[in-house]
Ligand binder design. Sequence first.
Ligand code: GLN
Length: 319
Amino acid sequence: MFFTYEQPEFDRKDPAEIRRVIGEAAQNGREAAREGRCADYIPELAKANPEDFGVCVRDLSGETVAFGETEKRFSIQSISKVINLAAALKFLGFQETFSHVRMEPSGDPFNSILKLDTVSEYPSNPMINAGAIQVMSLLSNFMDFDELLTFARAFCMDDGIELNEAVYRSEAETGDRNRAIVYLLKSKGVLCGEPEKTLDLYFRMCSLNVNAGSLANMGLLIANGGQNPFTGKHVLHPGYVRTIRSLMYTCGLYDESGEFGVTVGIPSKSGVGGGIVASVPARCGIGTYGPALNAKGNSAGGIAALRHLSHLLKLNIFD
Ligand code: GLN
């Protein structure tokens, strides 16, 4: 049982030992991936290879350890919600952003529409579809896709990020649930922008092609208080980074955030493309890729790998 997980004694500062543990995490991830399946509600995502698995860990000095499929590009999906929120905080500020979306874990699946009709017309948080669509409606009045893409590249320290056209088209053709969300928000009078423009930007941001390395970079930027540790450039104010970490921790894995928070204890965000970004404050960023998902829509392999890393390298933020 993971609750009584033993932590073997070894030198956690020894690079060879760290490398060994990351290799074990990759192996655990690859094995756990056998229990999951690729998302298919966006048809293009069903084409991924469920056996793929990769993990990339990068620390503040740029030291990188990677195992498995860490170069392969895949769509960022819900991890873009972190970028959208970061853009909203940076360009519009805390007060404006959170006067349109709440900051409560929803306890519901990522694409749920339920609480918009039963609890509050304002979406629970920016890490679920309804909240991210609401944030995008706000951003749509100030930023176009090219500006969001430029920001995404800076936030992931990866100029190779491009739009995956096939995923974008696939999602735009089949995204009726998100269409329902945007029009429900409009009917309640809370949507901040034009619905189709909002959805188009939301779908495009979900379709950005990243790899485990870009996700490790994103985690690293967040771990470093919003500053690119290699260029010194400040991408996001540390106060906003704190808000983002908190929301990743409490809401980043949808209705699995609580269990993940207890068993892994690292601010993280998942996407149905198979990625998870994890950010260990002042230490490192971790990106995992494993498109086989569990029942909650989170990467089965990614969770197993992060659990191993957290326990053995003592990365839980509450340790
Ligand atoms: N693009 C996906 C959607 O809107 C993102 C969901 C996810 O990654 N959980 O359904």
